[in-house]
Design a protein around this ligand. Structure first.
Ligand SMILES: NC(=O)c1ccc[n+]([C@@H]2O[C@H](COP(=O)([O-])OP(=O)(O)OC[C@H]3O[C@@H](n4cnc5c(N)ncnc54)[C@H](OP(=O)(O)O)[C@@H]3O)[C@@H](O)[C@H]2O)c1
Length: 234
């Protein structure tokens, strides 16, 4: 018996990296996991990898920066399974350069995925959760959403904005028994950027996934609203 048997979770950016590890971990606890990303090929291969372990997963191709695609992925999931228990807003990207060198297109690309996309996905998921009288929204932010660094003007701005969005949302929806959990990883060993550190002393995607599972499987009366996950000795 898994702690998430009969639950349905949708994870954005689930084809690789942190999203893939989160999807695998939620499926291991018994959830059916809907994987969302743009690359159909990579999504399919991740979905098959999860199913190959005897777990339950399916794939929905969608670009999180395109609202109609987000609506379709979430609404189809809710109508196909009759429920949406967990939304993990994980898809994100970064351009790391000084503001003076950053193009408006680069800024918009980060904003549209890291913040606007989270807003759209959350807005589409909420009516399903409110109708059910329960639900959990997990946002993968970053310690760049609490700290500042040179070259972070765009990325930090999106992740700080996400923290403001998430903590306000938490206050708005808790009366519907909906939990809003935001995870703030430091460097994680993925292909995210040449900036993020890699190696055995660096937090692995599975470590972030453990934090997500810990928070999501806590008694529904309790909410770990913010969790930092950082390398001990990078
Ligand atoms: N790695 C780190 O050091 C680190 C640290 C702190 C926070 N984070 C945050 O953790 C999250 C995941 O990062 P990661 O390291 O796992 O990155 P990653 O390895 O680059 O994976 C990104 C995932 O997002 C998907 N994606 C990208 N653009 C998308 C779009 N427009 N629509 C839908 N899916 C999209 C990618 O698939 P497709 O390209 O096929 O769409 C992929 O599945 C991000 O929010 C990131 O900001 C990462």
């Amino acid at each position: 018996m898994g702690k998430l048997d009969n639950h349905v979770a949708l994870v954005t950016g689930a084809s690789r990296g942190i999203g893939k590890a989160v999807a695998m971990a939620l499926a291991t606890e018994g959830a059916h996991v809907v994987l969302v990303a743009r690359s159909a090929f990579q999504l399919d291969s991740t979905s098959k990898e999860i199913e190959g372990k005897g777990l339950s997963a399916s794939a929905e191709v969608a670009d999180i920066t395109i609202p109609v695609q987000v609506e379709k992925a979430i609404n189809e999931t809710a109508s196909r399974f009759g429920r949406l228990d967990i939304l993990v807003n994980n898809a994100g990207m970064g351009h790391f350069k000084p503001a003076i060198d950053m193009t408006l297109d680069e800024f918009d690309e980060m904003w549209n995925l890291n913040m606007r996309g989270v807003f759209v996905a959350t807005k589409v998921a909420l009516p399903h959760m409110i109708k059910a009288g329960r639900g959990t929204i997990v946002n993968i932010s970053s310690l760049a959403g609490k700290n500042s660094f040179k070259g972070g003007t765009g990325y930090c701005a999106t992740k700080w904005a996400l923290r403001g969005f998430a903590s306000s949302l938490m206050l708005e929806v808790r009366e519907h028994n909906i939990r809003v959990i935001t995870i703030f990883p430091g460097s994680v060993d993925t292909s995210f950027s040449s900036m993020n550190k890699k190696g055995k002393n660096i937090t692995q995607p599975e470590d972030v996934a453990d934090a997500v599972v810990f928070a999501v499987t806590a008694p529904e009366r309790s909410m770990f609203s913010e969790i930092d996950v950082r390398p001990t000795n990078p």
